[in-house]
Design a protein around this ligand. Structure first.
Ligand code: 5AD
Ligand code: SF4
Length: 366
């Protein structure tokens, strides 16, 4: 009897201690001036399922405090599947002979914007590989034309590494936001994922330029990319904490046919969702998308990402004929629906979890 009593107490004490440790981690995550590496490590790798559940719930609450149950939508236009780079993980890499190539011309891009605007979108995202034909000047001209027609809408670019003057030109033409994932903050891991011609310092220079030029900046990494370790993710999170991006996009790595990593394992959805929740708690006001990679690996990925703290979705408004050709990884989610129908489907999905599509511009609010 006495023994039982003793065991019970030790058990309770143990739980209490774990709870205190967890509360302390959460405290540091949400309010600490800097999150030490060991705190990130514990949060990424040492939580039990109950703690992970609590974390997701907290992240959802924080997201709702700032954004209510609205999920911002951005019209994604994939402007070119050509790329001069040869990133080992990406289906659009220049060395991929299986890749199908296309590029949209100015009129096609403007037509996508017209359709998106008619549906109510207030942000256009022009995303593409680093297509040598789509020079800074060419993109600046397209941006200026969109800006001319839509003075009040947000224009986001996601067209890779460029020179400082290139970024300047695009900003002056009217671009407001720029997405450029850092992919990994560890130099050794960066060289494992990229060819010798690319280096981490240039990626960092680009991100610093973009911030200095007054873009709202998005960065992020793949989860579960080949040879990624917990330590690498810790470095990624510490890098983001320094950069303070306004938008953070993460998604699981998914193997792509015709690339050196074609036979590697995909990243984990659960780990991605856990990281979304951690990011929401560390960056309460950040714009965090439920990425296509999440919904590619998981049927109700969009809903799960929103419930984990994401607050943005980027429906694909690329003309249907080209959509399958923008094949960054295998089986990339593309429902083949016309734009309007896609939006309806999204609306239904969000409705199912008590959320709704928010068409506002959704700028980062200080
Ligand atoms: N799996 C998941 N994400 C990928 N990306 C590129 N290739 C893959 C892949 N195989 C992501 C990169 C890039 C963004 C456009 O797509 O993070 O920045
Ligand atoms: Fe090009 Fe971007 Fe793909 Fe690298 S990740 S090959 S830069 S499209």
């Amino acid at each position: 009897m006495e023994n039982d009593y003793f065991c019970d107490n030790v058990f309770c004490l143990n739980i209490k201690m774990r709870e205190n440790v967890f509360d302390n981690l959460l405290q540091q995550l949400s309010f600490g001036p800097k999150v030490p590496a060991e705190v990130w490590r514990a949060l990424i790798a040492e939580l039990d399922d109950v703690q992970k559940g609590r974390l997701a719930l907290l992240a959802r609450e924080v997201s709702q405090t700032h954004f209510g149950k609205g999920v911002y939508v951005r019209a994604l236009i994939e402007i070119s599947s050509y790329c001069r780079n040869n990133c080992h993980y990406c289906g659009l890499r220049s060395g991929n002979r299986l890749a199908q190539r296309y590029r949209l011309d100015k009129e096609q891009i403007l037509e996508c914007c017209h359709q998106a605007a008619a549906l109510g979108f207030n942000t256009f995202v022009l995303q593409g590989g680093e297509d040598p034909m789509q020079t800074d000047e060419w993109i600046a001209d397209v941006v200026a034309a969109i800006r001319d027609e839509y003075p009040a809408k947000a224009i986001t670019l996601s067209v890779g590494e460029r020179t400082t003057t290139g970024y300047e030109l695009l900003r002056n033409a009217g671009a407001d936001r720029y997405l450029l994932r850092h992919e990994t903050a560890n130099a050794g891991h960066y060289s494992h994922l990229h060819p010798r011609s690319m280096d981490i310092d240039n990626r960092r220079r680009c991100l610093a330029d973009l911030k200095r030029l007054g873009y709202q900046v998005g960065s992020g990494m793949m989860v579960g990319s080949p040879q990624q370790s917990v330590e690498h993710i810790v470095e990624d999170l510490m890098f983001l904490d320094e950069l303070q991006p306004q938008m953070i996009g993460i998604g699981p790595f998914i193997p792509a046919a015709g690339t050196p990593f074609a036979d590697e394992q995909a990243g984990s959805i659960d780990e991605t969702l856990l990281l979304i929740s951690l990011l929401r708690l560390r960056f309460p006001k950040a714009l965090i998308p439920a990425t296509t990679a999440v919904s590619t690996l998981c049927d109700n990925g969009t809903q799960r990402a929103v419930l984990a703290g994401a607050n943005v979705v980027m429906p694909n408004m690329t003309p249907i004929d080209y959509r399958d050709k923008y094949s960054i990884y295998n089986n990339k989610k593309s429902n083949g629906c016309e734009s309007a129908q896609q939006l309806e489907l999204l609306s239904e999905k969000l409705d199912g979890i008590g959320y709704y599509v928010d068409f506002a511009r959704g700028d980062y609010l200080q």
